[in-house]
Write a protein that binds this ligand. Structure first.
Ligand SMILES: Cc1cc2nc3c(=O)[nH]c(=O)nc-3n(C[C@H](O)[C@H](O)[C@H](O)COP(=O)(O)OP(=O)(O)OC[C@H]3O[C@@H](n4cnc5c(N)ncnc54)[C@H](O)[C@@H]3O)c2cc1C
Length: 407
């Protein structure tokens, strides 16, 4: 067998958290950079695809694991916060739940996702859409350096002054370049935030949708929200949640003053805004995502009829602004991100009804299934990434981890 990978039938394979998900030929948890270099060399010698995983939350986004060697980099090193430089060095394998408390001890935070369970590296490489997004932009723009083990075994620290091509392509380029063993990210002073959820009955949807959209169009950068349609206790309701980077409720009250009176409203000052502890995805359902234009009345009506869990994330602001030092994906050029979960047939019907509003693109971290439309880069950028990827990994050792390009 391919040392150091554990084959099926061994206790290590049976105990590996994700081995059951699609039959890899071997699994290995790397605890050091030297372990990663050893694993890369072994996969190269074996001529098998090397696949990477941290939490496995996005396992469905890339090709099935069958026949591959599955590597989980879980580097045994602490998260290091430098309060003077306002940066954190995060070893591979960490989740945001490991980083945020370490940053908070210094009065700092990161442009993090809505759940602490999300892996840091997977989120950063996929762009990273935060509820701080309209204020600070995509999380991958906050990455200063990535230490990566390439297919040939070299360990490279990609930063603005060393291999900027790799740093650029790794950030939102669609994966398949190398094993990231550490990331250095910029932190921001922990702001005072207001967060919570306001609830409405479905009967308010025809008024609420257009009013929220009109507010969202000109909203201050300090606030990022998401409007969701979901079923609670057998009843269809709408929920408006998000985060306002603000010392008081002023921005939130201004938003609420433009909307119909809610059934309930929990928006209040808070410490750590982890708004969606889980994705709005009922068990055993499919999901879909797309960057969309503003909906007209008919578009809203179609969404309200759907028996799906639907989320519309407010984009714009810094999320739509090009970042001079950003990566291959440095912004999301649409006002709204649509994410829905439910029966596959219903998802297809809604996608077709949303046809006039689709931009043809989506956000990488919102794609859950390999066979769904998941175009995230324009052709020029994609080809540039492909060249860099080919130089870094000419034999395609990491090719199985490349996000599909489907329109
Ligand atoms: C509850 C929940 C809430 C979420 N909230 C948000 C949100 O607010 N905003 C948002 O943008 N996304 C959100 N996501 C999506 C999440 O950001 C993506 O699923 C992300 O890709 C997960 O990364 P991971 O490392 O945890 O997953 P994994 O499945 O372990 O990894 C994802 C991909 O990243 C690559 N990868 C992982 N580790 C490495 C490494 N060390 N080196 C190189 N490549 C690596 C692999 O190619 C892998 O296929 C959420 C997901 C869930 C389940």
């Amino acid at each position: 067998m391919t040392e150091p990978f554990h084959p099926p039938g061994t206790p290590e394979y049976a105990a590996f958290p994700l081995a059951a998900t699609g039959g890899p030929a071997g699994v290995f948890t790397a605890r050091s950079v030297a372990d990663v270099v050893r694993a890369v060399a072994a996969a190269r010698r074996a001529g098998r695809p090397l696949r990477l995983v941290t939490t496995g939350l996005a396992l469905g986004r890339t090709a099935p694991l069958t026949g591959s060697l599955l590597l989980r980099p879980l580097i045994d090193a602490p998260v290091q916060v430098n309060p003077d430089a306002r940066t954190a060095r995060v070893p591979a394998g960490r989740t945001w739940g490991d980083v945020l408390p370490a940053a908070l001890r210094h009065g700092l935070t990161a442009v993090h996702p809505a759940s602490a369970a999300v892996g840091v590296i997977g989120y950063l490489l996929g762009g990273g859409v935060s509820f701080y997004g309209r204020r600070f932009g995509l999380a991958s723009n906050m990455v200063r350096s990535l230490t990566v083990v390439l297919a040939g075994g070299e360990v490279v620290e990609a930063r603005a002054t060393n291999r900027p091509d790799l740093l650029w392509a790794l950030r939102g380029g669609g994966g398949g370049i190398g094993v990231v063993v550490a990331a250095e990210i910029e932190l921001v002073p922990m702001p005072a935030v207001v967060t919570g959820t306001a609830w409405w009955d479905l009967a308010d949807a025809p008024r609420l949708g257009p009013l929220w959209q009109a507010w969202a169009r000109a909203a201050p950068l300090e606030i990022t929200t998401s409007l969701r349609l979901l079923t609670r206790a057998g009843r269809r309701v709408l929920a408006l949640d998000g985060v306002a980077v603000a010392p008081d409720r002023h921005v939130v009250d201004e938003m609420m003053s433009r909307l119909p009176a809610p059934l309930a409203n929990t928006w209040a000052p808070a410490m750590l805004p982890l708004t969606h502890p889980d994705r709005p995805r009922p068990a055993a359902s499919q999901s879909d995502s797309a960057l969309i234009r503003e909906l007209d009345e008919e578009g809203w009506a179609r969404l309200q009829e759907a028996a799906l869990t639907v989320e519309l994330r407010q984009l714009g602001g810094a999320l739509a602004t090009p970042a001079t030092s950003g990566g291959a994906l440095d912004r999301l050029a649409a006002p709204l991100l649509y994410y829905a979960a439910g029966a596959a047939e219903e998802l297809r019907a809604v996608r077709s009804a949303l046809g006039p509003f689709l931009t043809g693109y989506t956000a990488p971290t919102f794609v859950d299934h390999f066979d769904l439309p998941q175009r995230t880069l324009d052709d020029y950028t994609r080809v540039r990434v492909e060249r860099i990827r080919h130089d870094a990994d000419p034999a395609g050792l990491f090719a199985g981890d490349i996000d599909a390009v489907r329109k």
